[in-house]
Design a protein around this ligand. Structure first.
Ligand SMILES: CC(C)(COP(=O)(O)OP(=O)(O)OC[C@H]1O[C@@H](n2cnc3c(N)ncnc32)[C@H](O)[C@@H]1OP(=O)(O)O)[C@@H](O)C(=O)NCCC(=O)NCCS
Length: 156
């Protein structure tokens, strides 16, 4: 994702996350950390052959932890495997950042997203009460261990 993609991304964002859409400033701020040797973010867009953006996703890394910041697929492309492809790319980025685990928050009522994450090995580890405002909706926190040390492996 580059800054010139933000207009179209915001269009999708407002449609897909009507209650808590990110602002233009939030995307600018994320992209500011996505380039150069010290980059801590990886943001992707998925495009049709025409160049039209129909999905996007982003990962943040801090130390050995990766966080799925966002993942979204245009309604007319959902259920075609695009979400899975975007997630695969984020996990590849997590490996490149040398993250040992990847975490994410997801609305407790967003079952289609949870199914996707479970398919990729994420497991629920807890809740954040009232994480999504307004509406006071809880977040389910999910985690994928991407790298185990030899000692951890020995102990199963
Ligand atoms: C969550 C989200 C990103 C998933 O994206 P997606 O592109 O629909 O995901 P996929 O297509 O990879 O998987 C969804 C379903 O399609 C199925 N599918 C995958 N490839 C397929 C194919 N080629 N043909 C038919 N079905 C397919 C999957 O098996 C899966 O089915 P299931 O969930 O019923 O088991 C998308 O629904 C979305 O953008 N939602 C709104 C925003 C959102 O909630 N984001 C997540 C915030 S935590």
């Amino acid at each position: 994702m580059r800054w010139w993609d933000i207009d179209r991304v915001l269009e999708l964002e407002k449609d897909l996350f009507p209650e808590d859409a990110w602002s233009r400033g939030m995307f600018w701020s994320e992209l500011a950390h996505a380039r150069g040797a010290e980059a801590t973010r990886r943001y992707l867009v998925a495009q049709e052959e025409t160049g039209r953006i129909v999905g996007y996703a982003g990962l943040a890394s801090s130390g050995e932890q990766g966080d799925v910041q966002t993942i979204a697929v245009a309604r007319e492309h959902q259920g075609t495997g695009l979400g899975g492809r975007l997630l695969t790319e984020l996990l590849r980025a997590a490996t490149a950042f040398e993250c040992h685990e990847v975490l994410l928050e997801c609305r407790v009522d967003n079952l289609s997203a949870q199914k996707l994450y479970e398919r990729y090995g994420f497991e629920p580890i807890g809740f954040r009460r009232g994480y999504y405002q307004p509406g006071n909706v809880d977040a389910l926190v999910m985690r994928l261990i991407t790298h185990r040390t030899t000692e951890e492996k020995d102990h199963g």
